[in-house]
Design a protein around this ligand. Structure first.
Ligand code: NAD
Length: 363
């Protein structure tokens, strides 16, 4: 099969981790007889520096013309003071909106080899952590009007949180469909005790539930959900929620599985052209040091193969290779056990070496 992939290396550790994912994709292409053509796309801080815009129109066009998009991460302190509309993250929001990818899917699954890296008590981890957060991605407060003005010498800032029934219904369906393929338990997370947008969210979810009688729907307030994720994550199977709540909860969920560097994500809309990226940011604190964990990006590439290219066998091969490397006790710094006793049995490797080891296991 021949596929065209738009590649956004981005800022900070982005170029390093994407390089490793491309290594793995090239290995897959060689083994399974595929051709992957890569088109470079500038987005984020590097695009601001080069083009004066975090996502020039031409770059968005390149992404829309591809079969899928692989992204490292964007942002960094260097661009902290640029105007809101020109920030690196704005490029990402425009890309998501331009591609119409309204559903972001982030698995929170503990790798048995990394159980001791979870900050949760062993008794909690032992019950299992394996759920997925389906987050609405192109609506809500991140896409509402933002403005700051002065009233009687005092600065006032407003951010509008708005959802319509159709936006809720389309992400709700993804939630129900995802739960249907898993353990048929869907938890809808909102703040209906305070917000109108959440009351509408809840109403639409319950209307949809009538079409999915095989899925057990429950409601949870977002503050309680944040608490339950650390108290007993084994209770969750599929969580569906709006943009900002999903952003925060999925970072929390990633942390309990050990490291933010391990978690991939997929973002999809009406077509199979998806956006695949690790859930972490550009980690400027460790950029250029060859210590970043590339596994979240490599697993994102695996998700791309499975969900956009219908290459399930190839995706599984990557996941198995990652598991084997962990079985052999190779660890990047972020997933080294904190206990000295356990760390003694592990071999600390850098970003490039981790990519090489995963490629070797693909053989
Ligand atoms: P971050 O996710 O970049 O980093 C948080 C912590 O996790 C840091 O200590 C970092 O070193 C560590 N970390 C992250 N990824 C890692 C990896 N692969 N391996 C090892 N350690 C890793 O979040 P932040 O520090 O809040 O944000 C840094 C920049 O990234 C900001 O400019 C932010 O806006 C941007 N950001 C971008 C995205 C994106 O591109 N999708 C997402 C979140 C944040």
């Amino acid at each position: 099969m021949e596929k065209n992939i738009a590649v956004i290396r981005g800022d900070g550790i982005g170029p390093e981790i994407v390089e490793e994912a491309l290594k793995v994709l090239n290995k897959i292409a060689a083994i399974y007889g595929h051709t992957f053509n890569y088109t470079d796309v500038d987005m984020g801080g590097c695009a601001i520096d080069k083009w004066g815009d975090p996502l020039p129109e031409e770059m968005l066009k390149r992404c829309l013309a591809s079969d899928s998009v692989l992204l490292g991460a964007v942002g960094g302190n260097k661009w902290n003071d640029v105007p809101g509309d020109m920030r690196p993250e704005k490029g990402l929001l425009r890309l998501r909106a331009g591609m119409g990818v309204y559903s972001n899917n982030r698995p929170a699954k503990i790798w048995p080899q990394l159980a001791s890296a979870s900050p949760l008590k062993e008794s909690v981890v032992e019950k299992g952590i394996d759920f997925i957060i389906v987050r609405e991605l192109i609506g809500g407060i991140y896409f509402g009007e933002h403005e700051t003005h002065e009233e009687k010498g005092v600065l006032v800032a407003n951010d509008i949180l708005s959802y319509n029934e159709e936006e809720i219904e389309r992400i709700g369906r993804i939630g129900f469909e995802t739960a249907r393929k898993r353990n048929k338990k869907l938890c809808s997370v909102e703040k209906s005790n305070v917000l109108d947008s959440s009351r509408l969210w809840k109403k639409v979810m319950h209307r949809l539930a009538e079409e999915y009688p095989d899925v057990e729907l429950s409601d949870m307030l977002v503050d309680n959900c944040a608490m339950q994720i650390v108290k007993d994550p084994s209770q969750f199977d599929t969580v569906v929620t709006e943009n900002m709540f999903g952003d925060i909860l999925s970072d929390e969920a990633s942390m309990i599985t050990g490291s933010i560097g391990m978690i991939p994500s997929s973002s999809l809309g009406k077509t199979t052209c998806g956006l695949y990226e690790p859930i972490h940011g550009s980690a400027p604190d460790i950029a250029g040091m060859d210590i970043a964990n590339p596994i979240g990006t490599i697993l994102s590439a695996a998700m791309m193969l499975r969900f956009s290219f219908d290459m399930g066998k190839e995706a599984s091969a990557i996941e198995t290779a990652v598991s084997r490397v962990l079985d052999k006790n190779y660890r990047t710094a972020d997933i080294m056990p904190s206990l000295e006793e356990e760390a003694k049995n592990c071999i600390k490797v850098g970003c490039k070496k981790m990519g090489d080891l995963i490629c070797e296991e693909l053989n």
